[in-house]
Ligand binder design. Structure first.
Ligand code: DHE
Length: 560
């Protein structure tokens, strides 16, 4: 289906609002139809992720034209975009803010910034809904299961393959971790976001921001896309069924728009079910756009943990009978984003980022285990687990809005760890970093190092570097590695953000993406984890804007 059906849906929706919207648009600065189209496209590609399609705000501020914030006496303290006006909005978009909004003056032209400053003073455009029939119409089974290889047809060590997001190319690079050679580059969705592995380790599932899921089979001589399906208009997360007896059976995908999750066949992507996440926030307000953020598959029950951003509700979705779906809904805190398992894989810890909290859910009891206050805007990626010399098992998160890595004590059922129980769910230490703007922390059970990036820091020196902490002595100053300099690549106008440390299967190398401008040369920079010495720079004209990297073994087994 059907651009025609989609357009019909969109037209019907737009007609309903047309009269009211026209009256409200009258207050906004004039725009030509072509400028509105440019605004719509840039808003979707660059802004909707943080501010929401309906612009109600999440990690980013509310951007509705008539929104206002009042103090307890009813005085307006902040106004909507109409109150801010074109000049002020141009400055915010161009230069960014101290609140964490990045500057766009090196990404958008002056004209585009002006268009966006006017566009966001208009009433938000509402994209069409996307139901099961739409999803079924988008589904392409390129190779049926019975026509696929019955055994691995190549000699590659699949466990050490890295699936690397080539963000602005809309492609995925599969790089052989043993030889450091590019194995294959495949087309995926627009601004592809994350990749996850099937329980068997044979299939890679990749999701683009445009909602396109790509299923890649690594058993061929060369990896091949065997199915694709659209989840909706805007998506960030997928995971598979990993519980015993359900390996590779199902895939779940979460969308930002429409706000819902979808269940598919794990080997063909045939759409099976869609469930809406619209509903009430933990504060009791109805929200029309509660987006699905991180999703993770439990290995102790046939369940997925589905984190709903705007409502702050964590859903445990039981997939043992998808016709009669049972869901446990756990109240936590608003604006859930990314997260990972603790060491025991019983607790899932997720950032409620704009609430400055980490929520921990106990997947054994199906209850909230803790809500832990952190510094400003925690952003763990999947976090990092290790044994603290003084406090025992801890899980670490960095922050977008603060120069700190928070270490939270996590429960352990081991007898020897009983002495640490008094600390469980408390912040036991905060490590200082070189500045705010951290996105990902990472370690490995075989390593004594904790790696942290800060690609969103406004200073070039920081954004292009990573910090490495010695977990045996956390009071020691961390080692700062300037990844951009180490790469030996020429300096460019755009920042070359060093991001997303990822270990190889053996846990003795760390791969960092050097994420340059779309037309600049980027690279993957590999360090020896023990010596912290540069080991290899993987660069090629095809390595365009590399960001997330997913080592097959570590992703399959949640090693971090
Ligand atoms: Fe991500 C994970 C959402 C911007 C790289 N990102 C996630 C997850 C969510 C999310 C919900 C968790 C998925 C899961 O585990 O199921 N990301 C968003 C956004 O809404 C946001 C802030 C804005 C947007 O418009 O998308 C955003 N993310 C980015 C980037 O700009 C990054 C740095 C570069 C890129 O590739 O787009 C980026 N996000 C990542 C990566 C992960 C991720 C690499 C997976 C981390 C992991 O180790 O699992």
């Amino acid at each position: 289906m059907t651009t025609i059906t989609l357009n019909r849906l969109a037209a019907a929706l737009m007609a309903t609002f047309a009269v009211g919207v026209q009256a409200q648009q009258a207050a906004a600065p004039e725009m030509t139809a072509a400028e509105v189209e440019i605004g719509k496209k840039i808003y979707f590609e660059r802004c909707a992720g943080c501010h929401g399609v309906l612009r109600k705000g999440a990690t980013g501020k509310n951007l509705e034209p008539h929104w206002s914030k009042k103090d307890k006496d009813g005085n307006v303290t902040e106004g909507g975009t109409l109150k801010l006006g074109t000049n002020r909005l141009e400055k915010i978009i161009g230069l960014g803010t101290e609140g964490g909004m990045v500057n766009y003056d090196d990404i958008l032209t002056k004209e585009e910034i002006n268009i966006m400053a006017r566009y966001i003073q208009r009433t938000p455009d509402v994209p069409p809904e996307f139901g099961l029939k739409d999803m079924q119409a988008s589904w392409k089974l390129l190779v049926p299961v019975d026509q696929r290889p019955t055994k691995q047809m190549n000699k590659v060590n699949l466990k050490n393959i890295f699936a690397i997001t080539l963000r602005d190319a809309g492609k995925l690079a599969l790089v052989d971790g043993d030889t450091k050679q590019i194995w294959k580059i495949l087309d995926t969705g627009y601004a592809v976001h994350i990749s996850r592995l099937s329980a068997s380790g044979r299939y890679i599932y990749t999701v683009g921001r445009d909602g396109l899921v790509t299923l890649i089979d690594m058993w061929y001589e060369e990896p091949k896309t065997v199915a694709t399906v659209k989840l909706g208009a805007d998506a960030r997360s997928v995971d598979t069924s990993k519980f015993k007896g359900f390996e590779d059976k199902y895939l779940i995908g979460g969308t930002y728009w429409p706000p819902q999750y979808s269940i598919m066949d794990g080997q063909t992507l045939e759409p099976k079910k869609i469930v809406s996440t619209r509903g009430n926030t933990v504060d009791g307000e109805y929200h029309p756009e509660p987006r699905v953020a991180s999703i993770v598959a439990s290995m102790t029950k046939p369940e997925w943990v589905v984190n709903v951003k705007e409502t702050g509700q964590i859903m445990l979705v039981d997939y043992s009978d998808i016709k009669n779906l049972k869901t446990t809904t756990i109240e936590s805190a608003k604006f859930l984003h990314d997260g990972g398992w603790d060491q025991s894989k019983r607790y899932f810890l997720v950032a409620a980022n704009a609430s400055h909290k980490i929520a921990a859910v106990d997947t054994k009891t199906g209850k909230l285990a803790a809500l832990v206050d952190t510094k400003k805007i925690p952003h763990p990626g999947r976090g990092a687990n290790f044994v603290h010399p003084q406090f025992g098992p801890v899980w670490a998160t960095g922050h977008l809005g603060d120069a700190a890595i928070t270490l939270i004590s996590t429960p352990s059922e081991k007898k020897a760890d009983a002495k640490y129980r008094q600390h469980n769910w408390k912040v036991v230490q905060e490590l200082k970093t070189g500045g705010a703007g951290n996105l990902f922390v990472k370690t490995h059970p075989k390593s004594t190092h904790l790696w942290a990036d800060m690609p969103m820091n406004p200073e070039r020196e920081n954004a292009e570097s990573v910090y490495v902490y010695d977990m045996k002595d956390l009071n020691k100053e961390p080692v700062k590695l300037n990844v951009a300099k180490d790469s030996g690549l020429p300096v460019t106008k755009a920042l070359r953000r060093a991001t997303h440390p990822e270990y190889n299967q053996a846990g003795d190398e760390v791969w960092i993406s050097l994420w340059g401008g779309k037309t600049d040369q980027s690279a993957i920079v590999v360090y020896d984890d023990k010596t912290l010495k540069l080991k290899k720079v993987i660069t090629d004209p095809a390595i365009v804007t590399p960001t997330g990297k997913f080592n097959v073994y570590n992703t399959q087994h949640d090693v971090y």
